[in-house]
Design a protein around this ligand. Sequence first.
Ligand code: ATP
Ligand code: MG
Length: 569
Amino acid sequence: MRYSQYLLPTLKESPADAEIISHQLMTRTGMIRKVAAGIYSYMPFGLRSIRKVEQIVRDEMNRAGAIECLMPMANPAELWKESGRWEKYGKELLRFKDRKETEFCMGPTHEEVVTDIVRNTVNSYRQLPLNLYQIQTKFRDEIRPRFGLMRGREFIMKDAYSFDLEETDADTSYEKMYQAYRRIFERCGLKFSAVEADSGAIGGAFSHEFMVLAESGEDAIVSCGGCEYAANVEKAEVRVSAEAAAAPAQALAKVETPNQKSIEEVANFLKVPADKLVKTLIVQTDSDELVAVLLRGDRELNEIKLLNFLGCDWVVMAEEAEVVKATGAPTGFAGPVGLKLRIIADNEVRQMSDFVIGANEKDVHFTGANLERDFKVETFADLRQAVAGDPCPRCDGRLESWRGVEVGHVFKLGTKYSEAMGATVLDDQGHSRELIMGCYGIGIGRTVAASIEQNHDDNGIIWPMPIAPFQVLVVMLNPNDDAVRGAAESLYAELLELGVEVLLDDRDERPGAKFKDADLIGIPLRVTVGARGLKQEQVELKARAGDEIEMLALTEAAVRLRARVDAAL
Ligand code: ATP
Ligand code: MG
C-alpha cells in the first residue's frame, strides 16, 4: 500500500471526548471515525487490525473444534419472549417494529437464536458435542457509551455457544474455550489474567473473565500474591474470620448527632473510627420488600452479592419517604434496634461489639450497640466488597487490587435456555434430555483497544506484530531523488513479492513529519531509504519498540525483513 494513495487521516490533537489513550490514538491514527455516540466507522487502517484479531480468534476457535456460522442482527421478539428475556433485558435491548408491526430487537448476544437453530437441527446425542460460533456485529444501547471501541453501542463480538448432554462433557467444552482464549490473548500481545467472575443465579466458579491489566479499566479485580486466586470484585469472596466479637463493655446509649448523616460525618463528630460504626442500608427489592442491610462503617456493599443472596434481579436504595415510613427517621439515621424489617448483615458485623448505629430518630445515634443484646440479625452473609489487604479466600496470602478491561468472558450456562426453549436431544437410551450450554464472548474492537492501552508510548502506538495493520513501513526519505525513489520502490516490490504487509511512505513530506507519523501509527518495523545509506548500498532498520538502529544491505533487506516479521508472529 502506498501512503500517498491510502486513507490515513492522522491528527495532531486528540478529540476532546477521548479520555483514554487507546481512544485518543485510534482517533489520531484515523483508525476509527465516530458516526454517533458509541457508533463508529472502521477506517481502512483500523479495519486491518480488527481483521487480524478476528483471524486469530477464528484460527483458535477452529482449532478448538468450534464451527463458524453467522446469525442475523435482527432478532424476532418471539424468540426473546420464549426465553423470558424480552421482559427482563431492559433498555440495552434496542427494540423495533417492521412494516407489519412485528416486533424485533437488535441482537446484543445470541443465545435465543442459536438455541432455536440447535433445537431444530440437532436431535441425537451422536451430533454432540457441538460448538457454534460467529464473528458478528452486536448492538447494545449502553447507558454510557465511551472510550471509543471499548464501550460502544455497535461493536463486533465473537460469540460461541456449546451444547452437551453430560455435565462432564459441558465442563470439557468450557475448558477447551478457556484454553483457546488464553492462546488468543497471548497471540494478541496482551498481558492478561483469567479471573473468576460472577455467574449470577447459576452459581459455582463457572464463569471467568479475561482481564487485560490497564489503569483505564472499568473493572476492579483482586488477586492473591501467594496463590492463583484472582476475581472480579463483583464476585471476590471475603473469607469469614474465625475471630469472635468481644463481650459487650458499654451500655446502649443515645447520642445527639445533629445533621450528621454520612458515616464520615458521624465518625468525625463522635471522634470514633469508621470501623466502629455499623451502617444500615434500607434497600427495596424487585418484589417491593424493604430489607435492612448492615455493614461495617468503612465497607462498601457489593450489590451483586446482595442480589445473589436475595435471589433478586435488582434492588434499589429505598426512597426517602419509604425510609421515613419504615424507620421513623430520615435517611442517615436508620438502625436495627427495634426495626420491624428483615435484617441481614455482612459477616464482619458478627465480630463487632460496642459500635455506633443509627437510632431511627432524627439527629440521634446509638453508641455501645451490641448484637443479640440490642437487636437480632436474621442472616449473616458475605455482602461486602473485597478490598486490597483482605486475606485471600484460598490461602494465607493477602489480596492485591488492580484495574482491568474485560476482553473476554466464558460462562457455563447450564440448561437455562434449553429448558425455556425446549432444546432437547435423545440420549443413548432414547430418553429426551435438555442440552447443557456454555457461552463464550470476545470483544474484537475492545481487544484491539486494550492492546493499544498496553502497547504505546508518548509518541504513539507500538503494535505487536500479530495484530499490526502493516508489518513493515518503508520510509522513502526524499521522493524527488531518483536513486532513493528507485531503491525504495524496488524494496517495496520485493517485500510485496515475499508476502510482507508493507506500507510505503512515498509522500512528499519532510523527513521529520514522516518519522512523527511513523511513530504515531506504530508499524513494528521501519525501514528508511535515504541518500546517505544508499551510498553504502544500505538501508536503515528500526523497530518501533526499541531505539536501536541497524543497517541492512540493500540486496538482503527484503529477506531479512521477512525473517524478522516471521520471528515476531
Ligand atoms: P461489560 O461488563 O464490559 O459491559 P459484558 O459482561 O456485558 O461486558 P459480555 O456480555 O460478557 O459483556 O460480552 C462478551 C464480550 O463482549 C465482553 O467480554 C467484551 O469484550 C465485549 N463487549 C461487551 N460489551 C461491549 C461494548 N459495549 N463495547 C465493546 N465491547 C463489548
Ligand atoms: Mg461479561
